[in-house]
Structures are given as structure tokens and as C-alpha cells.
Design a protein around this ligand. Sequence first.
Ligand SMILES: [Fe+2]
Length: 229
Amino acid sequence: MTTPLNAPPYSDGENLKSIILQLLTEVRTTLPVKVIEVTNDGEVSPIGRLSIQPLVGQLSAAWSVLPHGIIYDVPYLRIQGGANAVIIDPQVGDIGIAAFCDRDISIVKATGTGGGPGSLRRHDLSDAVYLGTIMGGAPAQYIQFSPKGINIVSPAEVSITAPKISSKGEWAHTGSITVSDDVVASGISKVTHQHGGVARGGAITSPPAAGVAGNNASFAAGLPAGMVL
Ligand SMILES: [Fe+2]
């Protein structure tokens, strides 16, 4: 009768390996998790906190799967430096990756400053930090960088707010444009420009005709001296 490879008596090496593996089960590094709750909703606000559910359960001695509990008060990664940020808050149902710090980070979470560990626990699920989404469907709202260029797409609205907005290049726009103040083209105000050589009257002009220049230089060259359209 042959002895199975993993049957006792175990060698010292096998026993040591077993002890090490058992100890390593206490060392949490990263796990895929599901976002259960989010304090933020994408608005302009400080980085919030999550509740997350680890998606890989534990194995019992009988090889049955024991799901982990929910981990609360988990900080998440945002691309932010000082007052500059890209705000993409996690959403309920997201599948992402969480890292587990090697010391208790509860004091840092509570105070935002350094200090000692909140307890002697190490590599614990309670000290999770959510790093971001790792599995997801096609987005409906996105900034896309591709070999063809950059796409900014929203099914709702793209809003740009700044005291001054500059751009360079040809603009091609589909749809109407509404301006609350004025439009100045080549130094000519849309609102305040005047037309010379016409007498005031009750009539109104015809609509603009395609291909007929207003202050076009070649057109203006054929006008009487001093006349401005
Ligand atoms: Fe005009």
C-alpha cells in the first residue's frame, strides 16, 4: 500500500510551510470588491467614503464559502492635487479593487493627519482603501482619448465655466448658438455695428443671402468711398 503524498506524518518542512501559509491567510493585500454605499454623488465636494463588499469569500475547513461582511467608512482614490481634481465618484454596484493597508489607518481617516496606528491590527480588511473600478460596461458619459482625437461626450450637458475661455483652430458647430452679450467678428460688433449709405425708413431688410458679403474686403472695394456695410 502506498502512502498519499499529503498524508501524515508530515516532514518538518511541510509543517513549516503549513504554518507559514496559515499565517499568510491573515495578511490581506488586495481584493475585488463591490460598492454598496457611497456618501458622494459626483457633486463638487470633498472625497467621501464607501461601504464595500469583498467579492472573494473565505473557505472553511469543509471548503464551503463564507462571504465577508461589509467594510464601512472606506476612503477612495480620486485624482486630486490641492484644489484641482477630476471628480468621478464611485457608484453603487461598481466592481473595483481595494487595497488593505498594513497598519490601522483609523486615526488618519478620523483626523486627516499622521499619528500612531489606531490599534495593533495588521493587513486587516478594516483598513481598506478603494482604488477604482476594474470591471464595468461601456460608459455613456466619458472623455475618450483615441488615435482619432479626443471625444467629450455627455447625454445631458457639457458645461465650461471660467472668467476667460480661449481656443485656437477652426470651429465647426451643429445646432444653434445663443449668446447673452455680443459677438465680435474681425473687430465688428454683432450688436452695435452700423450700415452706411442707407436712409432710415419703416421697411426692414430681407434676410441675409448666402454668399453676399457684409464687410468683406472685396465687396467693400466696390462701394463708394467711405461707405461701410
Ligand atoms: Fe448688419
